[in-house]
Design a protein around this ligand. Structure first.
Ligand SMILES: [Zn+2]
Length: 240
């Protein structure tokens, strides 16, 4: 005969794994994944119709570094910063449509060439934002993309080494030359990076949302170089 205590033990043994197994399914049932663009229920956060629209806009470009940007080697980008893409990114950054990162990353990783290139890095580093900006916006748009890429590709997300140490005027409010001046010395390498040598000899992909003059990623890459990485490339959703 099974005692009450025994029954309780059995229940505990069975209920935990079952519970854990069904939670994501249950959440999917209440909050099914939706297309980030039109809101239609869609498994990959991007419906067939909107995927076609993005495909029509995608360029999947790779640019070699220019003379004034010499701290990284290549710049990879999915779109030109114009039309519907420009609106999407503005909504993503400023109008609280933070969920769009899943749509961007799912679309990006469907491209075989980019998938293969991205798989080759050791560390994913997002462009950090200041604490003040974080408090105002509630999220770092580059970190969301970096985190999703890290999960999908199985590559280390590195958040401890590149730090934003200066609160600056928003770059989008300035023109080229002033951007360069504004961003100067805004980033720093943590003492952790130097003491633990976590980035030494590593291939780094630096993530930002939009590439305009390149002064933000250049400043970040310049800072990261002090940790002696093997290579630094840049990935942005769009290029202006
Ligand atoms: Zn859609």
């Amino acid at each position: 005969m099974i005692t009450n205590k025994g029954k309780q033990k059995m229940r505990q043994k069975c209920s935990v794994p079952l519970c854990l197994k069904t939670v994501p399914e249950f959440l999917n049932f209440i909050y099914p994944p939706r297309c980030g663009i039109c809101g239609k229920i869609s498994e990959n956060f991007l419906c067939v119709k909107c995927n076609k629209v993005l495909e029509g806009q995608a360029v999947f470009g790779i640019d070699k570094t220019k003379a004034n940007l010499k701290s990284f080697e290549n710049h990879l980008y999915i779109f030109k910063y114009e039309g519907i893409i420009r609106n999407m990114i503005i909504n993503y950054k400023f109008n609280e449509k933070s969920y769009l990162y899943k749509t961007f990353v799912n679309f990006l990783l469907k491209n075989k060439k980019f998938f293969k290139i991205l798989k080759s890095y050791d560390k994913i580093v997002p462009v950090p934002i200041s604490k003040k900006r974080m408090k105002k916006r509630g999220y770092n748009q580059s970190k969301l993309i970096a985190n999703e890429l890290s999960k999908k590709l199985g590559i280390d997300l590195d958040l401890n080494n590149l730090l934003k140490v200066k609160d600056i005027i928003e770059q989008s409010k300035l023109d080229g030359r002033n951007r360069e001046e504004n961003i100067k010395n805004a980033y720093s390498l943590s003492t952790y990076a130097i003491s633990k040598k976590t980035l030494e000899n590593k291939k780094i992909i630096l993530i930002d949302d939009v590439f305009t003059t390149g002064s933000t990623v250049e400043e970040c890459a310049k800072t990261l170089k002090n940790a002696n990485p093997k290579k630094i490339d840049v990935l942005t959703i769009a290029k202006d």
